[in-house]
Design a binder for this molecule. Structure first.
Ligand code: NAI
Ligand code: 15L
Length: 265
């Protein structure tokens, strides 16, 4: 690629992409609304609020790939979700439609399906069951991606990221953890395949305790290598066994579902 845009580049995953995806393009256009420090020799920095349509159009101009990590990343009041994840996603796709239809990686979330129980095994055809306004916004993003693929041919990989952190932090993440290495390898595959389409991908490592089945995206050739199981003993020792009525132990979305568990008594 000539120019790859990374949104949310000041955030946790955007920083990983900034550090580790430079080899995918001659130039990385890195963007956020907060401080991004100095640009290195193959970077250009563009500050932009995703909720501002005109700014997003300028941001996307000249890019032939987009890794969209920018957005509200946990539950928040509707006005915040609406600006970053509803208006922001719509603005990005409209800008992509008008500017060469670049391939897009959309950071969706397990909270799009968070109200499935942990006993269920899901694939890309499982119904969405968002567990929060945040989860609703990720379902919206997936729907926009699908529409812009079918109408305009813009290819998007919708990654329902589980829990992408240096290490799993609790028992739930023994199922949902995605290592940084597997995350980076997935994005590399997304830009390597000749034909992407608009798949739903579960963003999790090769965890023994996984809830998710990625067989429908085998054509990507992505083989996650890490396994959260190696952290089980450490997590058991630090946290003790999870209580069976703990929100983190019932639904896939964990604590994002806590209000509902409270109401159901
Ligand atoms: P983060 O909160 O660290 O980074 C998000 C970045 O987007 C922040 O720098 C924030 O300032 C920026 N941003 C938010 N609204 C914006 C706006 N209106 N205009 C411009 N920039 C804006 O989140 P993280 O963990 O890096 O996540 C990246 C993406 O991946 C998010 O979309 C999140 O929903 C998704 N995700 C992350 C998971 C994880 O385990 N880290 C799990 C599931 C999804
Ligand atoms: C997400 O969608 C969030 O962005 C991240 O901060 C974690 O809460 C993750 O899901 C998770 O479910 O562990």
């Amino acid at each position: 690629m000539k120019r790859l845009l990374i949104t949310g580049a000041a955030g946790a995953l955007g920083s990983v992409c900034r550090r580790r995806l430079g080899h995918l393009a001659e130039t990385l256009r890195i963007s956020s609304r907060s401080d991004l420090g100095e640009a290195s020799s193959n970077e250009e920095i563009v500050y932009c609020d995703l909720g501002n349509k005109a700014s997003v159009e300028k941001l996307v101009e000249g890019c032939d790939g987009i890794v969209h990590m920018g957005g509200q990343s946990i539950e928040a009041p509707w006005e915040v979700i609406r600006n970053s994840n509803i208006e922001g996603v719509f603005n990005l796709y409209e800008a992509a439609r008008k500017n060469g239809k670049p391939r897009i990686v959309f950071a969706s979330s397990n909270h799009a399906i968070g109200f499935h129980e942990q006993t269920e095994r899901l694939d890309a055809n499982s119904p969405t069951r968002p567990d929060s306004l945040y989860g609703v916004s990720k379902v919206f993003g997936e729907a926009v991606a699908s529409t812009y693929y079918n109408k305009f041919g813009i290819e998007t990989a919708c990654i329902r990221i589980g829990s992408c952190f240096p290490e799993p932090r609790n028992h739930r993440m023994l199922s949902s953890w995605l290592s940084y290495d597997d995350f980076v390898r997935l994005i590399e595959r997304i830009f390597a395949v000749p034909r992407l389409g608009c798949p739903i991908i579960y963003g999790a490592s090769n965890n023994d305790a996984s809830w998710w089945d990625n067989r429908m995206v085998a054509y990507l050739g992505w083989k996650p290598k890490d396994n959260a199981e190696m952290y089980r003993t450490k997590i058991d020792a630090e946290l003790g066994p999870p209580a069976s009525n703990d929100a983190d132990a019932i639904y896939q979305g964990g604590l994002f579902t806590a209000d509902a568990i409270h109401e159901k008594g």
